[in-house]
Ligand binder design. Structure first.
Ligand code: FES
Length: 160
Protein backbone atom coordinates (compact mmCIF):
# COMPACT_ATOMS: atom_id res chain seq x y z
CA UNK A 1 0.00 0.00 0.00
CA UNK A 2 1.36 3.39 -0.99
CA UNK A 3 2.14 5.90 1.70
CA UNK A 4 2.18 9.66 1.28
CA UNK A 5 2.47 12.21 4.06
CA UNK A 6 -0.52 14.49 4.43
CA UNK A 7 0.03 18.15 3.60
CA UNK A 8 -0.12 19.01 7.29
CA UNK A 9 2.45 16.38 8.22
CA UNK A 10 4.73 17.44 5.38
CA UNK A 11 4.67 20.92 6.88
CA UNK A 12 5.56 19.53 10.31
CA UNK A 13 8.52 17.69 8.84
CA UNK A 14 9.59 20.71 6.81
CA UNK A 15 9.78 22.70 10.05
CA UNK A 16 12.20 20.09 11.42
CA UNK A 17 14.24 20.12 8.20
CA UNK A 18 14.53 23.91 8.44
CA UNK A 19 16.32 23.60 11.78
CA UNK A 20 19.40 22.03 10.20
CA UNK A 21 21.79 22.83 7.35
CA UNK A 22 21.11 19.37 5.81
CA UNK A 23 17.96 17.24 5.72
CA UNK A 24 19.21 14.06 7.39
CA UNK A 25 18.90 15.14 11.07
CA UNK A 26 15.13 15.41 10.59
CA UNK A 27 14.90 11.63 10.14
CA UNK A 28 13.73 10.84 13.67
CA UNK A 29 11.01 13.46 13.55
CA UNK A 30 9.93 12.33 10.08
CA UNK A 31 9.71 8.71 11.24
CA UNK A 32 7.76 9.75 14.32
CA UNK A 33 5.25 11.59 12.16
CA UNK A 34 5.16 8.67 9.72
CA UNK A 35 4.40 6.23 12.52
CA UNK A 36 1.71 8.52 13.88
CA UNK A 37 0.03 8.82 10.47
CA UNK A 38 0.40 5.20 9.37
CA UNK A 39 0.19 3.42 12.74
CA UNK A 40 3.59 1.80 12.25
CA UNK A 41 6.71 2.09 10.12
CA UNK A 42 5.96 0.17 6.94
CA UNK A 43 8.40 -0.27 4.06
CA UNK A 44 6.43 2.46 2.27
CA UNK A 45 6.94 4.88 5.16
CA UNK A 46 10.67 4.16 5.03
CA UNK A 47 10.68 4.77 1.27
CA UNK A 48 8.81 8.05 1.65
CA UNK A 49 11.08 9.31 4.43
CA UNK A 50 14.20 8.31 2.51
CA UNK A 51 12.99 10.17 -0.59
CA UNK A 52 12.04 13.24 1.36
CA UNK A 53 15.31 13.49 3.26
CA UNK A 54 17.57 12.30 0.44
CA UNK A 55 18.75 9.28 2.40
CA UNK A 56 19.20 5.65 1.39
CA UNK A 57 16.62 3.07 2.49
CA UNK A 58 19.35 1.38 4.54
CA UNK A 59 20.14 4.59 6.42
CA UNK A 60 16.49 5.08 7.35
CA UNK A 61 16.05 1.42 8.26
CA UNK A 62 19.12 1.68 10.51
CA UNK A 63 17.37 4.41 12.52
CA UNK A 64 14.09 2.48 12.63
CA UNK A 65 15.71 -0.66 13.98
CA UNK A 66 17.99 1.15 16.45
CA UNK A 67 15.28 2.97 18.40
CA UNK A 68 12.63 0.93 20.20
CA UNK A 69 10.02 3.68 19.82
CA UNK A 70 9.59 2.78 16.16
CA UNK A 71 7.50 -0.26 15.35
CA UNK A 72 7.51 -2.18 12.10
CA UNK A 73 4.12 -3.73 12.73
CA UNK A 74 0.83 -2.35 13.98
CA UNK A 75 0.76 -2.18 17.77
CA UNK A 76 -2.35 -2.14 19.97
CA UNK A 77 -4.55 0.87 20.63
CA UNK A 78 -2.77 0.99 23.98
CA UNK A 79 0.90 0.23 23.65
CA UNK A 80 2.19 -0.58 27.13
CA UNK A 81 5.90 -0.27 27.80
CA UNK A 82 7.20 -1.71 31.05
CA UNK A 83 10.65 -0.63 32.21
CA UNK A 84 12.74 -3.40 33.76
CA UNK A 85 16.01 -1.49 33.84
CA UNK A 86 18.02 -1.22 37.08
CA UNK A 87 16.07 1.36 39.10
CA UNK A 88 12.72 -0.07 38.10
CA UNK A 89 13.96 -3.65 38.53
CA UNK A 90 15.11 -2.92 42.09
CA UNK A 91 11.68 -1.53 42.91
CA UNK A 92 9.57 -4.32 41.44
CA UNK A 93 9.78 -3.76 37.67
CA UNK A 94 9.82 -7.49 36.90
CA UNK A 95 6.83 -8.15 39.14
CA UNK A 96 4.96 -5.46 37.21
CA UNK A 97 6.16 -6.93 33.93
CA UNK A 98 4.79 -10.36 34.94
CA UNK A 99 1.57 -8.82 36.20
CA UNK A 100 0.89 -6.95 32.94
CA UNK A 101 1.91 -9.93 30.82
CA UNK A 102 -0.41 -12.27 32.71
CA UNK A 103 -3.29 -9.84 32.80
CA UNK A 104 -3.17 -9.16 29.05
CA UNK A 105 -2.19 -12.70 28.07
CA UNK A 106 0.48 -11.46 25.68
CA UNK A 107 4.26 -11.51 25.56
CA UNK A 108 6.91 -9.03 24.55
CA UNK A 109 6.00 -7.25 21.29
CA UNK A 110 2.75 -9.14 20.94
CA UNK A 111 -0.66 -7.63 20.30
CA UNK A 112 -3.87 -8.78 21.98
CA UNK A 113 -6.45 -10.49 19.76
CA UNK A 114 -8.80 -7.51 19.96
CA UNK A 115 -5.89 -5.20 18.99
CA UNK A 116 -6.50 -3.06 22.05
CA UNK A 117 -3.21 -3.85 23.79
CA UNK A 118 0.39 -4.47 22.90
CA UNK A 119 3.26 -4.96 25.27
CA UNK A 120 6.94 -4.14 25.26
CA UNK A 121 9.69 -4.58 27.82
CA UNK A 122 11.91 -1.52 27.62
CA UNK A 123 15.13 -0.09 28.97
CA UNK A 124 15.27 3.06 31.09
CA UNK A 125 12.74 5.68 30.05
CA UNK A 126 14.43 8.42 32.10
CA UNK A 127 12.04 8.24 35.01
CA UNK A 128 14.27 6.37 37.47
CA UNK A 129 13.56 8.77 40.36
CA UNK A 130 9.93 7.68 40.29
CA UNK A 131 10.55 3.99 39.60
CA UNK A 132 8.92 1.62 38.94
CA UNK A 133 7.12 2.98 35.93
CA UNK A 134 5.27 2.05 32.79
CA UNK A 135 4.19 4.06 29.77
CA UNK A 136 0.88 3.74 27.99
CA UNK A 137 1.32 5.29 24.57
CA UNK A 138 2.81 8.72 25.43
CA UNK A 139 1.70 8.82 29.08
CA UNK A 140 3.96 7.87 31.98
CA UNK A 141 2.64 6.19 35.12
CA UNK A 142 5.14 6.33 37.97
CA UNK A 143 5.73 5.21 41.56
CA UNK A 144 3.74 2.11 40.78
CA UNK A 145 2.73 -0.87 42.83
CA UNK A 146 0.59 -3.86 41.92
CA UNK A 147 -2.65 -2.18 42.96
CA UNK A 148 -1.98 0.90 40.86
CA UNK A 149 -1.06 -1.22 37.84
CA UNK A 150 -4.28 -3.18 38.24
CA UNK A 151 -6.25 0.08 38.34
CA UNK A 152 -4.56 1.38 35.18
CA UNK A 153 -5.21 -1.81 33.25
CA UNK A 154 -8.81 -1.97 34.42
CA UNK A 155 -9.47 1.64 33.43
CA UNK A 156 -7.95 1.07 29.98
CA UNK A 157 -10.11 -2.02 29.49
CA UNK A 158 -13.21 0.00 30.34
CA UNK A 159 -12.46 2.72 27.78
CA UNK A 160 -12.59 0.24 24.91
S1 FES B 1 15.24 2.41 35.18
FE1 FES B 1 13.14 2.53 34.73
S2 FES B 1 12.90 4.59 34.17
FE2 FES B 1 15.03 4.44 34.54
Amino acid sequence: MNFKFTEENLNRIQKEINKYPVKKPAVMAALYVGQEQNGYISDEVIKEVAGLLEMTLEEVLGVVTFYTMYHQKQMGKYHIQVCTNVSCMLRGGYEIWDQVKNKLGINNLEVSEDHNFSLEEVECMGSCGTAPMIAVNEDYYENLNKEKVEEILESLSKTN
